[in-house]
Ligand binder design. Structure first.
Ligand code: KG4
Ligand code: ZN
Length: 345
């Protein structure tokens, strides 16, 4: 066996049960993700009790599977990294208990990892040659978060702002539901927007001048208002809109409004704070239009994860685990999950 450092990562913060073995913080040896999206589709969002129960059923085969696939047992692992928060309490607990059980049985160190930090470190799994340069402006956009963070060095963060109401991904999910496009909403809106006119509807952009915060709930309401004008009796989010509604134009115009604000504020923050590079991560960073608009800027190199690492996975948790293991982090076996853990104050 080589002298590589191997971390077992475990992630169960929302509706994906995931595990991965990562070498030296950058090399994915094996990974597995079991998504519950289909189960939650009928609720139009994640149903926490269902999520937790399914994690319990899935976590053992997923962890066993990645160890088998990596052709290693726990004796070849150096530490166990698990998502400690933020996320759904009942879901986090399942991964945490699995990790604690394995750590107790094997004597391996246990590390509790911040899920948002995991999304950021998905970049280091993908880019081994062109590492981002600090200071790095990071936009983490997921189903639960829209965070703008200045990363001054590895593991060092200064939080600039975040959403005051709906997260960017949440806005995609809610508008998709309203338009009868299903869950998860991001990919559904993206494909519905193809061929739509992004200028067909002028939806509001909440710039919130003078702060690095975001707000997307007004935009969601504006889409609802537009739909109501065309279909006054629609039970929004319960019934699918009638055929004939300009779904593609609505989706494209909504998507353009979200992306304008995300890109505009990120570039403005990069300029004001003297960032060298920009990074986007989290489920919404899978959005092609967001990736294209961000990368079109002439001033900053933009780092985006490959599509397979944008949404929740455990390789990103292991990647952070590796960094933290190397600087000596070791957590107590009685640590609690932290469902509202901020990345930085
Ligand atoms: O990071 P993630 O997998 O889970 C959380 O940590 O929340 O992000 C999931 C979110 C969902 O809201 C989903 O609709 C959104 O990411 N998403 C997208 C796309 N793919 C996933 N949003 C816009 N465009 C996409 N292509
Ligand atoms: Zn996530």
């Amino acid at each position: 066996m080589s002298s590589a450092t191997r971390i077992l990562g475990i992630e169960t913060s929302c509706d994906e049960t995931a595990a991965a073995v990562v070498e030296n913080g950058t090399q994915i040896v094996s990974r597995a993700v079991a998504s519950q999206a289909e189960l939650h589709a009928e609720f139009g969002g994640v149903f926490p009790e269902v999520a937790s129960r399914v994690h319990i059923e899935t976590i053992y085969p997923i962890v066993d599977g990645v160890l088998a696939q990596a052709h290693v047992g726990l004796e070849a692992i150096d530490a166990i990294a698990v998502t400690r928060g933020p996320g759904l309490a009942g879901s986090l607990v399942v991964g945490m208990n699995m990790a604690k059980g394995l750590a107790l049985a094997s004597g391996l160190p246990l590390l509790g990892i911040n899920h948002l930090e995991g999304h950021i470190y998905s970049i280091w799994l993908a880019e081994k040659d062109t590492e981002p340069t600090f200071p790095l402006l990071a936009l983490v956009v997921s189903g639960g978060h829209t965070e703008l963070v200045l990363m001054t060095d590895h593991l060092a963060y200064q939080r600039l702002g975040g959403t005051l109401d709906d997260a960017a991904g949440e806005a995609f999910d809610k508008v998709a539901r309203l338009l009868g496009l299903g869950y998860p909403g991001g990919p559904a809106i993206q494909s519905a927007a193809q061929g739509g006119n992004p200028e067909a509807f002028t939806f509001p952009r909440a710039w919130l001048e003078g702060s690095w915060d975001f707000s997307f709930s007004g935009l969601k309401t504006a889409v609802l208002r537009e739909v109501r004008k065309m279909e006054p009796t629609l039970k929004a989010g319960v019934e699918a809109p009638r055929p004939g509604l300009p779904i593609s134009d609505l989706a494209a115009s909504f998507q353009a409004a979200v992306i304008d604000v995300l890109v505009g504020k990120t570039l403005a923050a990069a300029k004001q704070l003297g960032a060298a590079d920009i990074l986007i991560a989290g489920g919404v960073s899978a959005n092609q239009s967001l990736r294209d608009s961000m990368q079109e800027n002439p001033d900053y190199p933009v780092h985006v994860p490959p599509l397979s690492l944008c949404t929740d996975n455990a390789a990103m948790i292991a990647a952070v685990g590796h960094r933290r293991f190397m600087v000596g982090q070791r957590d107590a076996l009685d640590m609690d999950v932290l469902p509202t853990w901020p990345l930085a104050e």
